[in-house]
Design a binder for this molecule. Structure first.
Ligand SMILES: [Zn+2]
Length: 379
């Protein structure tokens, strides 16, 4: 006998195509026992993928129940790229995230190879989570500056081979559905804004991961700036930075001292076998005094870089997301520097804290962008 999962997938495909609409028709089309179809349909109903609507025309006996795909059938496929990983997920047409996982990529291999890997993961997730459901849109968050209006990558320091790439056109040609392309920090800021529930007011969001990205959300809107390139806090020059050469060609940028890449490098220079931010986190958890001091110094320099922005913009909240936001001491050191360097009138009502949306912030943001910028909502 065939495994139930396979019958479930085949049944879903048949129902999605409109070729069949009842249990009896499924039994006939799939040539399996009625009890097998009943079990598969029960699972599809329980998963909320299909619904039973009214009764079909009777051919003599009891009228059959009509089975249909749920009206909100279909998914958005979304991904956030980092240098070495892609976080990949599926969102409901309403924008809610269904599922997410990670695959290894090498962003330096260029868009074609990276999008091949992401497309394969989209296909795997769709087959597992939403078989037979149409793809309604694709969203991609990139770790570099994006001209949002055109979906084009502009001079990314940490994405060799991507400068000038029209990511939106490439993705639209590949998937033939509506596409949203955004900078990772901006997508994550949107996700964080949504995850906060109540209106958080004006918010400076910082994504502190391998690199450091920023975004201002003001009046419920992402401030994108003239070309859409706003928020590039990573190349703000800070004092006490050691004047190290940055990936942008400048010296003493925040990225060279306060980013995940900088912490990994600093820890490795001290002789620790650190290769990723999780190694820094492990060293901090183990109470390694060098790592603890480095993380505090990095958080403090982030606060230094943000202090003039806080004085200038008078936000209600500074929210720090990304992998470094989970490191003990990083957010606290940022908070300490902001309290020390900003006007008391600015910090009196300022919330400074780690994000609540977690590692899926950017995927949630992309789901929202697709829901609000595409015409496709339901099938
Ligand atoms: Zn720089």
């Amino acid at each position: 006998m065939e495994p139930i999962a396979s019958v479930r997938d085949q049944a879903l495909r048949l129902l999605a195509s409109g070729a069949v609409s009842s249990r009896a028709e499924l039994v006939e089309a799939l040539r399996v026992a009625p009890s097998t179809v009943t079990a598969a349909v029960r699972r599809l109903l329980a998963d909320g993928v299909i619904v039973e609507v009214g009764s079909g025309r009777s051919t003599g006996g009891r009228p059959p129940r009509v089975l249909r795909l749920r009206e909100t059938g279909g998914v958005f496929a979304v991904t956030e790229l980092d240098g070495r990983h892609a976080r990949v997920g599926l969102c409901a047409p309403g924008g809610a995230l269904h599922t997410a996982d990670e695959v290894a990529i090498d962003v330096a291999a260029g868009p074609d190879q990276v999008f091949d890997a992401v497309a394969a993961e989209f296909a795997r997730l769709r087959a597992a989570i939403a078989p037979g459901q149409p793809l309604l849109g694709v969203g991609v968050a990139l770790p570099g500056p994006v001209e949002f209006a055109h979906g084009r990558v502009v001079g990314p320091a940490r994405m060799p081979g991507w400068s000038g790439v029209d990511a939106r056109a490439l993705l639209a040609a590949r998937f033939r559905v509506p596409v949203a392309v955004d900078n990772d920090a901006k997508a994550a800021a949107i996700g964080e804004h949504l995850a906060r529930g109540r209106e958080p007011g004006d918010m400076i969001y910082v994504k502190a991961g391998t690199g450091i990205g920023g975004c201002l959300v003001s009046g419920g809107q992402v401030h994108r700036g003239g070309r859409g390139l706003s928020g590039d806090v990573t190349h703000v020059r800070v004092v006490d930075s050691g004047e190290r050469v940055c990936s942008c060609g400048g010296r003493g940028c925040l990225e060279t001292v306060a980013s995940g890449a900088a912490l990994v490098r600093q820890l490795a220079e001290q002789g620790s076998p650190a290769a990723a931010v999780r190694d820094v986190a492990a060293a901090v958890r183990d109470g390694d005094p060098t790592a603890v001091t480095m993380v505090r110094h990095a958080g403090r320099l982030l606060g230094v870089a943000l202090s003039s922005l806080v004085n200038f913009l008078n936000p209600d909240a500074v929210v720090i997301g990304g992998s470094l936001s989970g490191l003990d001491g990083y957010v606290a050191a940022t908070r300490g520097a902001l309290y020390e360097l900003c006007l008391p009138s600015m910090t009196q009502s300022l919330t400074i804290e780690a994000g609540v949306a977690g590692p899926d912030a950017a995927l949630i943001g992309l789901g929202h962008l697709l829901r609000t910028t595409t015409d496709v909502r339901t099938r």
